[in-house]
Design a protein around this ligand. Structure first.
Ligand code: ADP
Ligand code: MG
Length: 345
């Protein structure tokens, strides 16, 4: 689990030594950070903008498996997943707090690896680490991340603003993180049965990275701002397209039509899903963890978004009585369900 040869017990540092170790390399770059780590609370100044806050709790064995997730990737992903919620409000993320509970199996080197991923994500997304809490845990690793961001009131996009006739858009492609997880689970099983067999992930970088190292779509928020498009509703894809579009439709009191043929799926996702005997469309609908942005825009904005390769238009919003439907490639109509989705036949 921990490749490094050195193993320094955490008891040799104590809580304050560990906090010093974690926090001494932290740099502050955001102008809204007035005070970061080192006092009883951090102080922020958003000069008249609205503040946005989102938090996630991640438990070893429930949300991640350290048998195939490297700690650096885990730190990186924990931050990305949380920042994604701020971007999904059409806001900019500016700070995070990162708290950990560590069981006795974790040496200092493991904590260093975890924070290397956290700080890499912060640097890449221009976010300050402004605090956290450190504790021992009875069992396993516990992580809690809180993201803080800001936006002008008129720019914030909620889930409930979709209007009849709006176009339904998705960034990037879907299903990759789920298929990548199937691959990692398969290799874990083989490894547990025979530890001498090396994992065979050759040529599968894209989907393995989609699972282990997702990137929050800050770039899409910046793109939409630069082309003058404010979505009417938006959500990030953590649980799968089906569940997220239902959230938008329920919050907005509307229905929708999605077209299977329009759902963007990467060729590697598609082929690997088929190798596993999975329907690629089901992976996109129910897989989750893609951290793409699902949003609706007014039809008048069609010309502004139609040429952006990283945005696909996959359907439109209807009146609530029309329900939420997926039109399959063969033209059959299927009600969209959040869970227990079954093959089309
Ligand atoms: P308190 O007793 O007020 O909770 P701590 O001694 O726990 O204070 O923390 C001291 C400072 O270090 C605070 O600014 C806190 O936010 C920060 N801090 C503690 N643990 C972490 C951590 N795991 N990651 C980042 N900052 C941390
Ligand atoms: Mg504390």
């Amino acid at each position: 689990m921990f490749d490094s040869k050195e193993k320094t017990g955490l008891e040799s540092l104590g809580e304050f030594g560990l906090i010093d170790r974690i926090t001494k390399v932290v740099e502050l770059t955001e102008k809204s950070t007035v005070k970061g780590i080192g006092d009883d609370a951090a102080v922020l100044d958003f000069s008249g903008k609205k503040a946005l806050i989102s938090t996630d709790l991640l438990l070893e064995g429930i949300h991640f498996d350290l048998r195939y997730v490297p700690l650096k990737h885990l730190g990186y992903k924990a931050v990305q997943v949380n920042l994604s919620d701020i971007y999904a409000m059409n806001a900019m993320a500016s700070q995070i707090t990162f708290s950990i509970g560590l069981s006795s199996k974790f040496p200092l080197e493991a904590v260093d690896e975890l924070y290397a991923g956290v700080l890499l994500a912060c640097k890449k997304f221009n976010v300050d680490l402004i605090g956290g809490d450190t504790s021992t845990s009875a069992q396993g690793l516990v992580i809690s991340v809180t993201s803080i961001g800001y936006a002008s009131e008129e720019d914030i996009v909620y889930r409930n603003g979709a209007q009849e006739g709006d176009l339904i858009c998705i960034s990037g492609d879907l299903g990759g993180a789920y298929v990548g997880l199937q691959l990692l689970e398969r290799e874990k099983k083989i490894f547990l049965e025979n530890p001498n067999i090396q994992p065979d992930l050759e040529g599968k970088d894209y989907i393995v990275e989609r699972q282990l190292k997702p990137e929050a779509r800050k770039d899409i928020i910046e793109l939409l701002a630069s082309i003058g498009v404010k979505p009417t509703a938006m959500i990030d894809v953590s649980d799968g397209l089906a569940s997220e579009i239902l959230h938008i439709c329920r919050s907005s009191d509307k229905g929708c039509k999605l077209y299977e043929e329009k759902i963007p799926i990467d060729p590697m996702t598609y082929g690997t899903a088929q190798d596993f005997g999975l329907d690629p469309t089901i992976c996109a609908l129910n897989g989750g963890e893609d951290y793409e942005l699902l949003f609706t825009v007014n039809q008048d904005d069609y010309d502004k978004i139609k040429n952006h390769l990283d945005i696909s238009i996959i359907g439109h919003i209807t009146e609530v009585s029309a329900g939420c439907e997926l039109i399959s490639k063969s033209g059959k109509v299927h009600p969209i369900k959040a869970q227990g989705w079954n093959a089309f036949n």
